[in-house]
Design a protein around this ligand. Structure first.
Ligand code: GDP
Length: 323
């Protein structure tokens, strides 16, 4: 990408999309295309076609999706499959019609079978049953990976799928009904501290393990991939079938350890109570990020430092809302 390249970040207000925009702006990009949901409904094929025909993006980061935590996935399964299939079908197809140079399709580690060997390699895709709590989302994303690969084979496009581990960072979703675990714990512990409460409820048994990556690190990996020289990018597309790269840091923690770290950062000194009526979800999903590491990428923000930054962004957003 050149500084003047027309780069479309689909989902620029989301956790990854906003990190991508920060990263691209810092690198001097001057033509970042952004549309809010109100300005462009990505589920509307005709609107997406008009957008691509008029704006002619050269590079696309497809970070727009219907996303949510374990409860949201369980509550809105129809929307998770239907909206994600529509968004990705429209964007991937119109990107092809418009002759986009490269596209990165973003998903998540829940595409892999529930009982995979760990750490999870890309080739384990479609080798076993999925975790039930987010199967509709996962199947939509798997369809997107297959679609990128098929378009590459039939139309010669350059589409690469990128699957991050659990992400967190500034601008995360802090709604306790729909959020992922890390923002939920930050909010619960902050509010418990403010109100002088002695207990915080953590869902599940606390024993599942999760790997977490700061959103700026994810953005960094995506921009590095998008900027690979042509021969390298094409080599990846040809070598990996489907063309898929995991993004993770290689270390995971139990939900209990995570809760203890968040409590320390937030300064909550009360007790953790585990609500075992809530689902644990998959017991472990640690990604093998070997393909990415081979390209020279490294995590920059440790879990502790990332939680400190995310917590400070959360607190300043709260004050901004009060103003
Ligand atoms: P998952 O990684 O797709 O399973 O999604 P989540 O981030 O929502 O949940 C990860 C794990 O954290 C699950 O075992 C949850 O039960 C557990 N967890 C503990 N407390 C919470 C909470 O307050 N909110 C959420 N979303 N998950 C929690």
């Amino acid at each position: 990408m050149e500084p003047q390249s027309r780069v479309y970040v689909a989902g620029h207000r989301g956790l990854v999309g906003s990190a991508l925009v920060r990263r691209l702006e810092a690198a001097g990009h001057r033509s970042i295309l952004k549309r809010t949901h109100a300005e462009l409904e990505l589920g509307d094929a005709a609107a997406v076609r008009r957008f691509f025909e008029t704006e002619k993006p050269e590079y696309v980061f497809l970070a727009a999706a219907k996303v949510g935590g374990i409860l949201a996935n369980n509550t809105y399964p129809a929307q998770f499959i239907a909206e994600n299939l529509a968004i990705q079908t429209n964007v991937i197809h119109e990107a092809y019609r418009a002759g986009v140079k490269r596209l990165l399709f973003l998903g998540s580690s829940c595409i892999y079978p529930r009982d995979c060997p760990q750490p999870i390699k890309e080739e384990y895709l479609l080798t076993g049953p999925l975790e039930a709590t987010n199967r509709p989302y996962a199947i939509a994303k798997i369809a997107g990976i297959e679609m990128c690969w098929s378009y590459n084979r039939q139309y010669g496009t350059r589409y690469l799928s990128v699957m991050p581990t659990n992400l967190y960072g500034p601008g995360d979703n802090y709604d306790l009904q729909t959020s992922h675990v890390l923002p939920a714990l930050i909010r619960k512990m902050h509010e418990a501290k403010e109100r002088g409460e002695r207990e915080v409820v953590v869902w599940g048994t606390g024993t599942p393990r999760r790997e977490f990556l700061y959103s700026d690190d994810m953005a960094d990996a995506c921009v590095m991939l998008m900027n690979l020289p042509d021969e390298r990018f094409d080599f990846i597309l040809a070598q990996y079938q489907p063309p898929l790269i995991n993004v993770g840091c290689g270390e995971d923690v139990t939900i209990r350890e995570l809760a203890e770290t968040v409590a320390k950062v937030v300064g909550f000194q009360g007790k953790l109570v585990f609500d075992t009526t809530k689902p644990d979800g998959t017991m472990r999903k640690l990604l093998d990020a070997g393909r990415l590491q081979e390209l020279g990428w490294k995590q920059r923000v440790s879990l502790h430092a990332g939680i400190v930054s995310a917590y400070s962004a959360f607190v300043s957003d709260q004050y901004a809302e009060l103003d």
